[in-house]
Structure formats: C-alpha cells, structure tokens
Design a protein around this ligand. Structure first.
Ligand SMILES: *[C@@H]1O[C@H](CO)[C@@H](O)[C@H](O)[C@H]1NC(C)=O
Ligand SMILES: *[C@@H]1O[C@H](CO)[C@@H](O)[C@H](O)[C@H]1NC(C)=O
Ligand SMILES: *[C@@H]1O[C@H](CO)[C@@H](O)[C@H](O)[C@H]1NC(C)=O
Ligand SMILES: *[C@@H]1O[C@H](CO)[C@@H](O)[C@H](O)[C@H]1NC(C)=O
Ligand SMILES: *[C@@H]1O[C@H](CO)[C@@H](O)[C@H](O)[C@H]1NC(C)=O
Length: 473
C-alpha cells in the first residue's frame, strides 16, 4: 500500500494485482506443497500481526516458487552475470572490495584508472559516505549503473517499475552517488552484494519505503545470481511480509511491514489504538538475523483521514499527548527492546533516516535531473529527526545510521511520479497521467533507482567493523 499518500494522492495498491506480466505469471507457478506451507505460514503471520489498518489493500500478489531456469537462458549474460561468475570461486575478504579496479569517470576513456591510495580506499576518517555528489555512471562508459534492468527482476512490483509503467526517460537509473574523499569504496554491485549476503539473513522492518529498499536489494541480488532458478520469493497477500532467498548463497532478505515500529491494534469496535509501549509480536521473528534495518517516520506525520490511529495507548489506557512526545515514547520502547533482545555480537542494527518526499515546492512531476542548485524545501519535521538521533545515541547497542536523507533530497527526478499504479493496481492510463495532482507518487522511488544506492551504502557499512560506534554514518 501507499504508506503515506496525501489527500491529493490516492493510496495506490501496493505491489498490486495478480500477475500482470508473463514473468510474474511464471513466478506464480509453484508446487502445491510449497504453496500449502506458505499459506500456513501466512496464516500464522496474519494472526501474529493482527488486523491490518483500513488503508491496507488486500492485494493478491502472492508468489512462492522456484524461478524458472529458462528465464535466464533466453537472455544473454549481462555484465552482472559476468561479475558474479568471476566472483564465484574464492570469496574475497570484505576489505578486498577496494581492490576492484573500477574506472573512475575522471580517468580518460579506456585509460587504466589510477589506483586509489590505500587511505582513500579504506577511508581515513576524512571519508563521509553520505557527503558527496551524484555523477552520471553510464554503462557505455564502463559504468556500473543501473545495477540491474527492471526486466531482470521478475518480482519487481508495478508500483515502482517506472519504465514498465511507461516512463520515457531513463537517466534517473544511471546516477551514481560519489562520496567525497572515499575513493572507490562504494563502487559495489551485485557480485559484492551476493558475497556480503552469503550465509546471512538480512531483515528490513518499517514502512513501504523500507519495502522499496528490500525490493531493490532483492533485485540487485537476483540479477547477479549465476543460477536464478535457485531462488525463492514469498509474499503475503498484502505485502506485509516478504522474503527473498538465494539458495546457492544461503542468503535471505526479508521485509516486515511495521510503519510505526510500535503496535497498531484494531479493537473489536474497529477503533485503532497505537500502543506506545508495545511492539508487534512479529518483531520476535527478526531475532537472530545478522542484519536488521529499521525505519519509521512518515506515518507519524499523517493527519486527517490518513491518520492511521484513533487514539494512543499506554499501560492499556488511552492517553493524550503531542505527536512528538508519542513518537519519542515509541522510539524509547523500540530502543529498549533492542537493548534487551539483540545480541550485538551477532546482529547488526541499522536505522535508515527519513526518505524525503517531493510534493509541494519541489514537486517531483516532470523532473528528469537531480537538483543541482537552489534550495530544497525541507518537509519532514526536524524535531522527529532529532528524537530518532537522540534515542539511538542513548542505546547500549551500537546502531549504524543510514543517513540517506540529504543525498535523496536532491533526487527529485527519482520518484515514480505518474509512472505508477492506481488504486486498482493498474498502471495509470493516459488520462490519469494528465492528472498528476491526483495521481503522482512523489514518495516512493523508481527501481532500478535511488534505493539501490541506499543498499550500496548499507553493504559498504556491513563490510566495515562497528567497534565503539553508537550513532555512526
Ligand atoms: C547526515 O548527513 C547530513 C548531510 O551530510 C549531515 O548534515 C548530518 O549531520 C548527518 N547526520 C548525522 C546524525 O550524522
Ligand atoms: C545459512 O545462513 C544462516 C543465517 O541465515 C546461518 O545461521 C547458517 O549457519 C548458514 N548455513 C550454512 C550451512 O552455512
Ligand atoms: C510536463 O511535461 C509534459 C511533456 O513534456 C508537458 O506537456 C507538460 O506541460 C509538463 N507539465 C508541467 C506542469 O511542466
Ligand atoms: C540552477 O538550475 C537551473 C536548472 O535546474 C538553471 O536554470 C539555473 O540557471 C541554475 N542556477 C544557477 C545559479 O546555477
Ligand atoms: C483511464 O481510467 C479512467 C478510470 O478508470 C477511465 O475513466 C478513463 O476512461 C481511462 N482513460 C483511458 C484513455 O483509457
């Protein structure tokens, strides 16, 4: 579902209607026993999660399958395949990544790239991966982006498959984030992602923007696999839980929908209580994961008809308090749970910063370039950001902060805009595209696109140690 539509932007059905594309249909072929196992699981999950809020459409997208081998046989090997194949044999130690000799675009075409100095490769304290610039990284110029083609990712949801929905320009797929003073450090692709995920379980918990990020990582991994048939996708009927598994790498990437992090409960009388001192039961299921990436934010800012709760609760009693205070209490509940339940020696915790929307002054409609000058109108309450950062700093558990807000703010061009789906889960038709005020989605991000960079930064951070870090970049 669209986690944060405004009244002028109808909630688009999330990843949509039953299998509109041939590839999606192929995905839907599944063995009976697998389907049964999955259904049982989904039922359990549904029981655990409780009633979904009314905004949540019951989309019927539900896949559980072995992907068909013929899929990639029909296609020539992409450069991602080559990269993955080249990477198959000995797994490189994580810190070897800097040794990849990618060509920086400043180097003349065809000329070998000068080896970055070791200090640059590893980051010498000067390197802040969240500070930098967007550069065009064209495949034609030995670039790396996009990290996959939409056509290579059969489970890519219609909501963010902008090209499939008719977006005519593709420049937004080819921008690469180049951190200042970090050398080749963040030049990672699918092959490195696969290695980083080997024998690991990565979990995303949060709203649809974290689902956007999950989908990006699943696509990056899937497109890089030498044998794409050895994968599985599970999706419950409203995309509240998703899992992608790459069997050959024993790698799994999961998504749990929990837009407030704390528990939202619908009572028998249909009123909805946001329980500031309780977390959803499903959070237990994330324990033991190697990596958990959290986010929350957008849903706290919803007002009017979009507000997802009727009242707040603490100690089982209705309470009244200002939005910021409620947000702070919720984050404290979350932070305490992490500190009490997560073993930092086996699980790394990330918190992803706010994903910017471009709705009012910097409207995303018709934009085809990142903002290169001028001011960006901040839209998210700074107070909430401060609360997140303060709570993270107060935790015993080290939390890595994926500080992607600023680099995403500039990417006004990277939203689906009118190349998305409507309430019925269908791509907007011509008439609807001419009504951007009603239909444009300036919250989520096209894939391939910006969230691929968030994942590259996540992977980069995973390849580094976390000793003595509380709130780190
Ligand atoms: C996040 O990044 C922005 C832009 O680089 C910076 O101004 C801000 O201080 C960073 N926040 C944290 C908590 O590191
Ligand atoms: C597979 O990955 C899981 C983590 O998701 C890990 O606990 C397990 O040891 C791995 N299995 C093997 C055979 O390495
Ligand atoms: C958006 O782009 C289309 C096609 O180029 C153009 O016809 C239309 O006038 C533009 N609309 C706005 C509001 O800029
Ligand atoms: C800022 O960018 C716009 C196009 O996005 C351009 O028209 C304008 O001249 C630029 N201004 C400056 C000061 O560079
Ligand atoms: C687009 O969809 C709307 C709503 O379903 C419909 O009323 C309209 O006729 C459609 N327009 C075209 C050109 O198909």
């Amino acid at each position: 579902m669209d986690d944060h539509s405004t009244p002028t932007q109808p909630a688009a059905a999330s990843s949509s209607s039953p299998s509109p594309s041939p590839s999606a249909r192929r995905l839907a072929t599944s063995s009976l026993c697998a389907a049964l196992a999955c259904c049982a699981f989904v039922l359990l999950l549904a029981a655990a999660v409780g009633r979904r809020p009314p905004l949540q459409p019951r989309a019927a997208w539900h896949h559980f399958s072995n992907l068909q081998a013929q899929q990639q046989q029909q296609k020539p090997l992409s450069r991602h395949d080559d990269a993955a194949a080249a990477h198959q044999a000995p797994s490189p130690a994580p810190d070897v990544v800097g040794g990849w000799s990618f060509q920086e675009e400043e180097a003349g075409a065809g000329a070998p790239a000068p080896a970055p100095s070791p200090a640059e490769e590893e980051g010498d304290g000067e390197c802040d991966v969240y500070d930098g610039e967007w550069v065009v990284d064209d495949a034609a110029a030995a670039g790396y982006y996009p990290l996959y083609d939409a056509a290579e990712c059969p489970f890519l949801s219609d909501q963010v498959a902008c090209r499939r929905n008719g977006r005519p320009d593709s420049g937004y797929e080819r921008w690469r984030w180049r951190p200042r003073g970090c050398g080749a450090r963040t030049r990672l692709g699918g092959a490195e992602a696969l290695e980083a995920c080997r024998d690991k379980r990565l979990v995303f918990v949060g709203d649809s923007l974290n689902r956007n990020m999950w989908e990006s990582l699943a696509c990056i991994l899937y497109a890089a696999l030498p044998d794409r048939s050895r994968t599985r996708i599970i999706d419950d009927d409203a995309s509240q839980y998703r899992i992608f598994r790459a069997m050959d790498y024993n790698c799994s990437v999961e998504f749990f929908w929990s837009p407030f992090l704390v528990k939202l409960e619908t009572k028998l009388d249909q009123t909805r209580a946001l329980k500031l001192d309780q977390l959803p039961n499903m959070l237990q299921r994330t324990l033991g994961a190697d990596v958990i990436v959290f986010n929350t934010g957008h849903w706290w800012t919803h007002t009017g008809k979009l507000k997802a709760w009727d009242h707040l609760e603490r100690d089982g009693k209705m309470v009244e308090m200002a939005g910021e205070e409620a947000f702070n209490r919720a984050l404290r509940t979350w932070a305490r749970w992490i500190d009490q339940n997560v073993d930092p020696s086996t699980t790394r915790i990330f918190f992803r910063s706010v994903s910017p929307e471009h709705k009012s002054v910097n409207w995303c409609y018709n934009q085809t370039h990142p903002i290169s000058n001028g001011t960006i109108a901040p839209w998210f309450p700074k107070g909430l950001v401060t609360i997140v950062e303060r709570n993270i700093r107060s935790m015993r558990t080290p939390v890595s902060y994926l500080n992607i807000t600023h680099l995403s703010e500039i990417r006004i061009d990277a939203h689906p805009s009118v190349y998305t789906i409507n309430r019925e889960g269908k791509p907007l038709n011509i008439t609807q595209r001419q009504q951007p005020l009603t239909y444009a989605d300036c919250s989520h991000w096209c894939l391939p696109g910006l969230p691929d960079t968030w994942n590259v930064l996540l992977l980069d951070s995973l390849m580094r140690t976390t000793s003595n870090v509380h709130l780190q970049g």
